[in-house]
Design a protein around this ligand. Structure first.
Ligand SMILES: O=C(O)C(=O)Cc1ccccc1
Length: 270
């Protein structure tokens, strides 16, 4: 099975993708990954969606709302960042925006004068550091092994030791599964009245379904209009989930409800 993920070689997404696919291809935007799977060009896509320090990768959430794909697996992986450079005399640190943010306190304390540059992925930053001695990168320490000029200047530089990222594996919509202990949903009510959010939560609460995440994203239609990303600890195969969703469909009758699919959480070690 071939998976498309965020590249180039050496990203955290790459590491997660090797756990689910024997062949991995790369692109440099998560939107492009979701688009390519929705368009039938790849069997699987592996996208980062949420980090324990920095929160959501909003580009991934918005891509799920835009394109018809199924979510078939959830991978949670520890993230341990290293600082990589040709020498300690660098002026600029290049990495993925999330990685820079996850190491903000460390960078402020140790390198207050360094410029920061957000690039498409951690491995793209590593590429910049390989080409330019004035650039350092933040990424997985293995990026500095095997024939590179890079040294690992520091390890475990993330601001919390328990830094974890959640990746979702997307597949063509026809592969959506109803089996699994978790389900991802997107609800666009297309209405606004007092108590709407409360009404959307009640169908789950009344059936003792734990909501593991709810996040609103701008719909892009008008200011103050939102799409809700909801994850629940129940499978689509369960009657209680179907009953709750029937009620949600009524609340969102002027909008839409998307069932991305059910899956079980898998922990992938480094
Ligand atoms: O840039 C990468 O390596 C990614 O896969 C995105 C990312 C960035 C920071 C933490 C986890 C994933």
């Amino acid at each position: 099975m071939k998976a498309l993920t965020l590249g180039p070689t050496g990203t955290y997404s790459h590491r997660a993708a090797t756990a689910v696919a024997d062949e991995v291809a790369f692109t440099e935007s998560v939107t492009a990954i979701v688009e390519a799977v929705a368009g039938g060009e790849y069997d699987r896509g592996v996208v980062p969606v949420e980090n324990s320090i920095e929160g959501s990768v909003t580009e991934s959430l918005d891509a799920f709302a835009e394109h018809d794909v199924a979510v078939v697996r959830e991978l949670i992986t520890p993230i341990r960042h290293a600082l990589l450079a040709q020498s300690p005399d660098f002026e600029l640190i290049a990495s993925h925006a999330q990685a820079l943010a996850q190491c903000r306190d460390y960078l402020d304390a140790e390198y207050p004068d360094a410029d920061l540059e957000a690039v498409a992925s951690t491995a793209r930053g590593v590429g910049r550091a390989r080409e330019d001695p004035s650039v350092a990168a933040i990424g997985h320490p293995e990026n500095a092994t095997n024939g590179t000029d890079l040294a690992v200047l520091a390890k475990d530089i993330q601001d919390q030791s328990s830094n974890a990222t959640r990746f979702l594996v997307v597949a063509p919509e026809s592969e959506r599964s109803e089996g699994g202990g978790k389900t991802s949903l997107i609800v666009y009510p297309n209405v606004d009245y007092p108590g709407l959010l409360l009404e959307m939560l009640e169908p789950f609460a009344e059936r003792n379904i734990n909501m593991t995440r709810v996040e609103s994203r701008p719909s892009g239609e008008r200011l103050g209009d939102y799409v809700f990303h909801i994850d629940i600890a129940a499978g689509l195969y369960e009657d209680r989930t179907q009953d709750a969703l029937d009620e949600i469909e009524t609340i969102a009758e002027d909008g839409w409800v998307r069932r991305l699919g059910s899956y079980d959480t898998e922990h992938v070690v480094e």
